[in-house]
Write a new protein. Structure first.
Length: 200
């Protein structure tokens, strides 16, 4: 009974806890969202998350960001992700009085709308039965930044059948990555459709 109750609580809180978890872990309590903390001179449509070279389960995540029509590639969109470490814990650090998640990165799409992250599959935080997740924020030209649903993983032991059904009802199964092994690296894809049209 306790197991059933735990799964029910996990599934019921999935929709809201994802956003809250991302917000609580990423909020820069001094200057706002971390999506703006990238270096304009070095950002490109490819980024490597700290820890990629040393962690287990390295993964290459690629995709295309589209305008709200779901067809037109979106240019100059910044996609930010942050994630826990291999134990499911956030490596929080400080720089100039600002708190941030160490395992993070930014990309900006080219004219073709594509992006690539080299990262690793995070661990589960077993104390709280947290799913393996990457937390993204999107910032398109002329629009406010906003969070999108987290990246999940097909082989996550905590991603139960009931949770999958809930995600399917929300018509959001694309958020569940299905990595394929190629050489020493896993590869997965997720396309993103913007909720707001670019106004610039």
């Amino acid at each position: 009974m306790k197991t059933v109750f735990s799964i029910l609580i996990l599934c019921l809180s999935l929709g809201t806890s994802v956003a809250l978890k991302a917000q609580n872990s990423s909020v820069d309590f001094i200057e706002g969202s971390p999506v703006y903390d990238y270096d304009e001179t070095t950002i490109s449509n490819t980024a490597t998350i700290p820890g990629y070279e040393s962690k287990e389960n390295p993964i290459k995540i690629t995709g295309t960001i589209y305008l709200s029509d779901g067809v037109t590639p979106a240019k100059d969109v910044v996609l930010y992700i942050e994630q826990p470490d291999e134990y499911g814990d956030f490596d929080l650090r400080y720089h100039n009085g600002k708190r941030y998640v160490h395992n993070r990165g930014w990309v900006k799409t080219d004219a073709d709308g594509t992006y690539t992250f080299y990262t690793y599959i995070p661990g589960n935080n077993r104390r709280f039965k947290e799913l393996q997740q990457l937390y993204p924020i999107v910032k398109a030209p002329g629009t406010d930044d906003y969070e999108i649903t987290s990246f999940l993983f097909e082989d996550d032991p905590y991603l139960s059948k009931s949770c999958r059904k809930r995600i399917a009802k929300q018509n959001d199964t694309d958020r569940i990555l299905k990595p394929v092994k190629k050489g020493d690296v896993l590869i997965a894809e997720r396309d993103i459709v913007l909720q707001k049209d670019i106004t610039k």
